[in-house]
Structures are given as C-alpha cells and as structure tokens.
Design a protein around this ligand. Structure first.
Ligand SMILES: Nc1ncnc2c1ncn2[C@@H]1O[C@H](COP(=O)(O)OP(=O)(O)OP(=O)(O)O)[C@@H](O)[C@H]1O
Length: 234
C-alpha cells in the first residue's frame, strides 16, 4: 500500500495560545482504515482539520497524495479538497435543500452537467437506504437519516480519503453500527477512511482498523507502527 498522507513533525497553535498539536508524525496508507481516539481536548478535531485542509500547520509538513500541502499554490487547494470527503457529528446539511439536493451539491459545485447528476444521486440515496426520502428536508429527518445524507454527500464525488469527526455522536447505538458499516463498505472498495471517535464500542467493529491515539496533542505511538518512511510502498 502506498502512503496517501504523511505528517512530519507537525505543530498547530491557535493564535498566541499554547500548541494544540505537537510533534505529530505519522503515515496513512492508501486503502487502510484508521480510528483517531483520545480524551476530549486531546486534539482529534484539530488533527482532522489539518488532514482535510481546513487548517494549515504552524510548523512541520503535511503531505497529501505525495505533495506538500503547505507549499501548494492556493489555486490547487479546491482540487485537493475534492479528493477528501468529510462527515461531521452535527451533519452540516443545507437546511433549505432536500436530501437529493444536498447529495447533489458537490457535483453541482464541480460543474457536472445536470444530466449526469441524477443517476449517481439516486445510487447514493439507495446505498444509504433513503430512496424514498429524496424530497425530504433535513429537519424532517431523524439524526441517523441526516447523517446518512451527509455520508452520501461526502462520498458522491468518489473521494480517495473519507474523514469523519465523531460521526456517530448524535445517533443511537444501532444507527452508529449501521453508519460504521457504510464506512467499512467504502473502505473495502478502496477508500482510505479516518474516523475520530469517543465510542470504544465501535473500535472493535473493524478488526483491521489501525488506532491513532492522541494524548494532550501528541500521538501515542510507542512502537512506531504509524510511521513508514517516505516513498515506502511496503
Ligand atoms: N479555533 C480554535 N481556537 C482556539 N483554540 C482551539 C480552537 N479549536 C480548538 N481549540 C483548542 O484546541 C484543543 C484541542 O481541541 P480539539 O477540538 O482539536 O480536541 P478534540 O480531541 O477534538 O476534543 P473533543 O473530543 O472534545 O471534540 C482544545 O484545548 C481546544 O480548546
């Protein structure tokens, strides 16, 4: 498996405060499944924000798809962001748009012709089990339904990496398992999946998943299992 993400001695500081993340070094392998765990405030959300290019590191190198994102020209950032799907705990759907239109949004933003949008949106609605809810607005859906719309929206552009920040935080345990099953099936199709979670029940559900534990802004990786040399394709 090739390296798809590489962090080298990354630090992140908000404003003039202390470093929220320090000396973060790890490699993510293309096609693997990762859980990011750690106590509240350990820096999980901050780490994911660096990963999906919502934040720039204060120091160090964040390399995505083999390129250094810190020196990447700004005009190339949107293209990079399209290769990463993101799911949030609070869904972040557009409230006045139907499920169908929320899922279609990334394709419309990317300028895909309307004729080429319907089939993939219908396919996504079916995949998340919401074929009959395409016209529904987010506030008329349950939390689990909203999250499935959000997952469909995140993956309709066939991202290479799916990042999810506490995606099961606002759904019941049965729905949490169902959502995890969606992530697992995507991963089996080759998508690299990174899920931050507090939910220890979920961790055992994906036996092949790798764990990234954050402790007070640092990666806990005593055996170095999360580090692979640059260019290593072992
Ligand atoms: N935009 C920001 N400005 C200033 N400080 C921030 C900002 N975002 C996060 N922090 C601080 O960074 C630290 C890590 O926060 P982060 O949200 O990354 O942790 P977390 O592990 O995701 O926590 P939780 O599990 O509670 O969501 C916290 O001390 C938080 O207050």
């Amino acid at each position: 498996m090739a390296n798809i993400v590489q962090f080298e001695n990354v630090g992140l500081r908000y404003g003039t405060g202390p470093e929220t993340l320090s000396d973060i070094s790890f490699t993510l392998r293309s096609g693997a499944f990762y859980f990011v765990t750690g106590a509240s405030g350990a820096g999980k959300t901050s780490l994911l924000k660096l990963l999906y290019l919502n934040q720039r590191p204060t120091r160090g190198v964040v390399r995505l798809f083999g390129e250094d994102t810190v020196t990447l020209p700004r005009k190339r950032l949107p293209g990079f962001r399209r290769r990463i799907g993101v799911v949030f705990q609070d869904f972040r759907l557009v409230p006045h748009l139907s499920s169908y239109d929320n899922i279609a949004l990334p394709l419309r933003v990317a300028g895909i012709p309307e004729n080429d949008i319907e089939a993939p949106v219908r396919e996504m609605l079916a995949w998340v089990g919401l074929t009959d809810r395409g016209k529904a607005k987010p506030l008329t859906l349950s939390g689990g339904e909203q999250q499935r719309v959000a997952i469909a929206r995140a993956v309709i552009g066939r991202p290479e990496i799916l990042v999810a920040d506490e995606p099961t935080g606002n759904v019941d345990p049965d729905m949490a398992e169902r959502l995890l099953h969606l992530f697992d099936s995507l991963n089996r199709l080759g998508t690299t999946v990174v899920v931050a979670t507090h939910d220890f029940h979920l961790l055992n559900r994906i036996p092949t998943a790798h764990m990234m534990r954050l402790d007070k802004g640092r990666i806990h990786d005593p055996t170095g299992a999360l580090r692979h040399p640059a260019g290593s394709n072992e």
